[in-house]
Write a protein that binds this ligand. Sequence first.
Ligand code: HEM
Ligand SMILES: N[C@@H](CC(=O)c1ccccc1NC=O)C(=O)O
Length: 281
Amino acid sequence: MSNTRDIESGIHTDFASEMSYGSYLDLDTLLSAQHPVSRPEHHDELLFIIQHQTTELWFKLVLHELRSASALLRADEFRESLKRIARVKHIQRTLTEQWSVLATLTPTEYAEFRGFLGHSSGFQSWQYRAVEFALGNKHRGMLNVHRADPDAHALLTELLEAPSLYDEFLRALARRGYAIPAEVLDRDVTLAHTPNAELTEVFVEIYANAHDHWDVYEACEELVDLEDNFQLWRFRHLKTVQRTIGMKTGTGGSSGVGFLQRALDLTFFPELFSVRTEIGA
Ligand code: HEM
Ligand SMILES: N[C@@H](CC(=O)c1ccccc1NC=O)C(=O)O
């Protein structure tokens, strides 16, 4: 046994003028986009860069799927929208699991190149902010940091002013005859959604009679998964930060761990959680 695989004669090998793997994926661009700034170059900075870049690539797809999910809800295409959300949930799991790679970076190693990062910080990730906005965590003040990047600023402004995924979901429910409160439907979508007791009652009815509202019930649970997964990512980020820089202030200028901790109190779909308190009550 040679323990070698034959390269079959039919395998294509001439890519001088044909599209290849590398040219289709523009790997020259992708793989020449890692530029460590530490001097002398720190061995672990490549890990730090690639961890962020892979996350940003997945954020790009998450945003693409969420925007499509919203548009499908607007068109009353419920099932198709759920398909998009299902994909986002898998990406979130990958992203949450990926923190374990970065956790191999010890505090000492990170401290050796942290000083070269200046004031740059994940806080300035416009794609992360876009995902937060798309899910409904709106905050106009977050636009400020993107003033120097007109394209990012424009996209975030567009998302800030557009209904969130939850807004679209609730509007779709209203069109189906559910008694979504008018103040929820007419709310200022540039602000974060605030909990509404009357809306919780709509979900109480849906959850109490799931079989009569199956597709809506299913959609509710998909949204709960989405928020849950998002919180798990935030939590793993917080824990990675804690083990890497302790209680140091952030390069972005925040208090660090305390600032990230407060994000865990935020909720995209509060009524889908408050309904749980009422079940069987
Ligand atoms: C050792 C690794 C990391 C440390 C020590 C760290 C630290 C921090 C700190 C302290 C903040 C608060 C803002 C500031 O003052 O800088 C922050 C925010 C943020 N970081 Fe990281 N981070 C790490 C890795 C990552 C990675 C891999 C990502 C993935 C893109 C990321 C994305 C973000 C985002 C999106 C925010 C804003 C969060 C929010 O607004 O709630 N971070 N990070
Ligand atoms: N905010 C981090 C620095 C940091 O993690 C970072 C720096 C540049 C680009 C992305 C980063 N990731 C997340 O905040 C710190 O305070 O050490």
